[in-house]
Design a protein around this ligand. Structure first.
Ligand code: DAK
Length: 257
């Protein structure tokens, strides 16, 4: 049987590939569970410092599997806790996760990319929340994360028109961190992930946690959180090593302590 999610390591980076090319990587329970299991394994692996989720050159994921959910009724969706049950593992990852998006990232695919910490897009990427065309609406964060990323006007436009946004517009709007030539996407994303993974893991996790606080707190509460974590960083051997290495004009050797 084809494995719908493949995972591999590249040095200190865990790579997760969605692998349903015949269905534009549409997301079903097997795919979402597979992504969750891969994240569990990489989170538990002390050698891994950063993760990348990707698809293929045609699709990151063209949404939740429409055939799978077309006959759901309300009680089934509610009782099975559809989406919440297994889709949000990416959100709770403590190590950074980069979405490397080529081709379509639509509906639940766009929402999955937005659950990641940042999106690197191939110049072929197309983002959209076209659920309105199916008589439904985004259900895994599209109406909440999209306006936070690109503002209300564009989020309304995308969700209400169902149109797709190309990589250039996505970068201009703040949805994606970098746009990369399609044939270099994976290589460049892995390179960026290796850079992150070479830093002190506790510091990487503290930075991720602090930036995420910005979306959950007032400015003053967020600043206080950052200050406390910053002070705590002076308890790390890696802070001593990083600053000593700068003064000694050598490369630091972080021990993740
Ligand atoms: N689901 C299932 N199969 C899909 C699919 C999808 N989302 N997207 C594509 N495929 C399949 C196609 O059916 C086709 O299969 P075969 O006919 O070859 O068997 C194959 O992938 C190739 O697709 P096309 O032939 O259509 O290829 P094109 O290049 O012409 O078009 C496309 C590519 C991505 C523009 C097009 O396939 C498309 O529009 N796909 C649907 C995109 C979409 O509407 N995505 C949103 C899905 S809805 C909820 C929470 C969340 C959600 C729902 C509920 N609750 C809390 C209750 C999330 C919903 C969604 O994501």
């Amino acid at each position: 049987m084809t494995q719908v999610v493949l995972s591999e390591t590249h040095g200190k980076v865990g790579l997760i590939r969605i692998n349903r090319p015949e269905a534009m990587n549409a997301l079903n329970n097997d795919v979402v569970d597979g992504i969750g299991s891969a994240i569990d394994a990489f989170e538990a692996d002390a050698e891994i410092g950063c993760m990348v989720i990707t698809g293929n050159d045609k699709a990151f994921a063209a949404g939740a599997d429409i055939g799978f959910m077309k006959d759901f009724d309300y009680m089934h969706a509610y009782q099975s806790d559809f989406i919440t049950r297994n889709w949000e593992r990416v959100k709770t990852a403590r190590k950074p996760v980069i979405a490397a998006v080529a081709g379509f990232a639509l509906g639940g695919g766009c929402e999955l990319a937005m659950m990641c910490d940042m999106i690197f897009a191939a110049d072929s990427a197309k983002f959209g929340q076209p659920e309105i065309k199916l008589g439904t609406l985004p259900g895994a964060g599209g109406t909440q994360r999209l306006p936070r990323a690109i503002g209300k006007a564009k989020a309304m436009d995308l969700c209400l028109s169902g149109r797709f946004m190309d990589a250039a517009e996505a970068e201009k709007s703040g949805l994606v961190a970098r746009v990369i030539a399609a044939d270099q996407l994976l290589e460049e994303t892995l390179k960026a992930a290796q850079t992150i993974a070479a830093y002190s893991l506790p510091v990487v996790m503290m930075i991720k946690e602090s930036i995420n606080r910005a979306f959950e707190s007032s400015l003053n509460e967020g600043l206080l959180f950052e200050r406390r974590v910053f002070h705590a960083s002076f308890a790390l051997a890696d802070q001593k090593e990083g600053m000593a290495a700068f003064v000694d004009k050598r490369k630091p050797e972080f021990k993740n302590r």
